[in-house]
Ligand binder design. Structure first.
Ligand code: MN
Length: 258
């Protein structure tokens, strides 16, 4: 199977293997993980594209991330772990991890897809990133050990650091609302402050008001983006300020359930 891969492609594959520090037993698995369907139709070949591997890799990454979260935050409850996990397996975040190993430079795309900027699109980068871990999993007889080892070596520290610094694309408007309802029985209010600059690159500024507690502001390319930034700031502030009473609340809830 390996011998069917053209030399120039083999070279690219081995460059990528050097970056991730893993040599595939079956190089065709890596080739498939990096192959977009547009490349297959352009070449009119019998190559496989990454889609089925993506399906599998999605689950592989979710398992590895769950384990990292559970071990890093031993006191966190299921609801919070689920929220963080959905942020760290989000398209934006996995695309970011993919870029950090230059995965975009190794994807096989059709000329058309290339011209439309496919190589830079988060959706595609995330899919290929997932497919990569699906492929490593298959290459190790469907065992999680090796994918976990590689993932942890490349990303674990970074992921934990990003979570702790709030540097992950969480839906801060939703989690702030959950928090303020829990703490004060109210929802945050958003107020328009300004929209400045020329039509095609306007900057919006929005305020987030948590009554009697804090008012924050955020700026962004859309109202939503500005609100999310303001919400993030309020969330981080309240989470820290009320961390003791939040701990007690989840404890008493636990006792009630028992
Ligand atoms: Mn996907």
């Amino acid at each position: 199977m390996n011998s069917e891969i053209p030399v120039e492609i083999k070279e690219k594959l081995s460059q990528f293997e050097n970056i991730i520090g893993y040599n595939f037993n079956d190089k065709s698995l890596l080739f498939t993980a990096l192959t977009h369907s547009s490349f297959v139709s352009e070449k009119k070949s019998k190559l496989k594209d990454y889609e089925v591997f993506e399906f599998l890799g999605d689950a592989v990454i979710s398992l590895i991330m769950s384990e990292i979260l559970m071990k890093t935050f031993p006191k966190a409850r299921e609801g919070e772990l689920s929220q963080i996990r959905s942020a760290v397996v989000s398209e934006t975040y996995l695309a970011k991890l993919g870029r950090s190993i230059k995965i975009h430079e190794f994807i096989f795309l059709s000329t058309g897809e290339e011209q439309q900027g496919g190589r830079e699109r988060d959706t595609l980068l995330c899919d290929v990133f997932e497919a990569l871990f699906g492929a490593i999993y298959i290459d190790n007889n469907y065992s999680i050990e090796k994918p976990r080892e590689i993932f942890n070596k490349l990303f674990k520290e970074k992921v934990i650091e990003d979570i702790k610094s709030g540097n992950i694309p969480r839906d801060y408007k939703s989690i702030l609302q959950i928090l303020t309802q829990k703490l004060f029985g109210i929802v945050p209010q958003y107020k328009f402050v300004s929209a400045e600059g020329p039509e095609h690159k306007k900057v919006f500024t929005m305020e987030c008001v948590v009554e009697n507690e804090i008012t924050t502001s955020g700026a962004g390319k859309s109202k939503k983006e500005a609100e999310t930034k303001a919400a993030r700031e309020a969330y981080i502030y309240l989470k820290e300020k009320y961390k003791d009473s939040l701990e007690t609340k989840s404890k008493s809830k636990k006792q009630k359930n028992e």
